[in-house]
Design a protein around this ligand. Structure first.
Ligand code: HPA
Length: 272
């Protein structure tokens, strides 16, 4: 895998010479318009990068976007890979391995998810304090390659406290409302059963979604600091009365994305 990652990285570095980002953002469903805030953009489609997996979900574009926010170089992933698409955990997190080789030090992960905590409502932005991995799998299984990271990585601060504190003070400064909570990553692709939501809530989760956990695990392993922001697009099964709809999830995420984008942009401006 190391050689593949190096080959992908080389392709990207050869194409993108104007940027040397230390910060990356993964954009969740309906949250892709953070890219509109970026200046002087350059794009690379996933399909053009050697060894890169391809995106299949509606509402997910598959490309890397390089750009600047207030003079700071940023790499955005527009479209991510989900376990439920049939990718292995290594494929899901492949871009994060490439990020490490590109020199990324901080990663902001966003997602659309279901609220379990009844203090939340659709549109709530939740700073992720910690995760629960319900995938029954993770990207670090297998022979360890020390060039990436250690065999038994620490996971006591999966979302860097320093970044959480920074995100909070910026939210207060620009008047963005937020909550905090624990994100449970569920395999999907079906929306959980009501019984599963009761169980996941008892385990301590405030929100549940089908992404973010694999990338967070890989980033921690790779020595990249992570900040996670979840957009609650619906209440989880059994809490909301109506049935789930992907279209509504995307619509709610799009509505919340103005706030999320302003917040993330300001965090990036102040990240060092
Ligand atoms: N569950 C899992 N994933 C989701 C949800 C949900 O309720 N909403 C958006 N992504």
């Amino acid at each position: 895998m190391y050689d593949k990652v190096v080959e992908s990285t080389k392709y990207i570095k050869d194409k993108i010479t104007k940027f040397n980002p230390k910060v990356a953002v993964i954009l969740g469903s309906g949250l892709g318009n953070l890219v509109d805030v970026l200046e002087d953009k350059e794009y690379i489609d996933y399909k053009d990068i050697p060894n890169f997996p391809q995106s299949t979900v509606e509402g997910h574009e598959g490309r890397l976007v390089f750009g600047k926010i207030k003079g700071i170089d940023v790499l955005a992933m527009q479209g991510r890979f989900h376990y439920y698409e049939g990718y292995t955990m290594k494929e899901v997190t492949y871009p994060v391995y490439v990020m490490q080789q590109l020199g990324i030090q901080k990663l902001i992960v966003t997602n659309a998810c279901g609220g379990i905590n009844t203090d939340f409502k659709p549109g709530t932005l939740m700073l992720i304090k910690d995760f629960i991995n319900l995938f029954g799998d993770n990207p670090l299984i297998g022979v360890n390659d020390k060039r990436f990271g250690v065999r038994f990585p620490d996971m006591s601060e999966p979302y860097k406290l320093e970044l959480i504190d920074k995100a909070k003070s910026i939210a207060d400064e620009i008047n963005v409302e937020y909550k905090e909570g624990i994100y449970a990553g569920f395999m999907g692709p079906y929306y959980e059963t009501a019984a599963e939501i009761v169980s996941i809530g008892r385990q301590g989760a405030d929100a549940v979604g089908m992404s973010t956990v694999p990338e967070t695990i890989a980033a921690n392993y790779l020595g990249i600091d992570v900040l996670g922001i979840a957009c609650i697009t619906n209440m989880a099964t059994g809490i909301q009365k109506h049935k789930h709809s992907h279209a509504r999830v995307v619509e709610t995420a799009e509505k919340a994305s103005a706030n999320l984008c302003a917040w993330v942009a300001k965090i990036i401006e102040n990240i060092e």
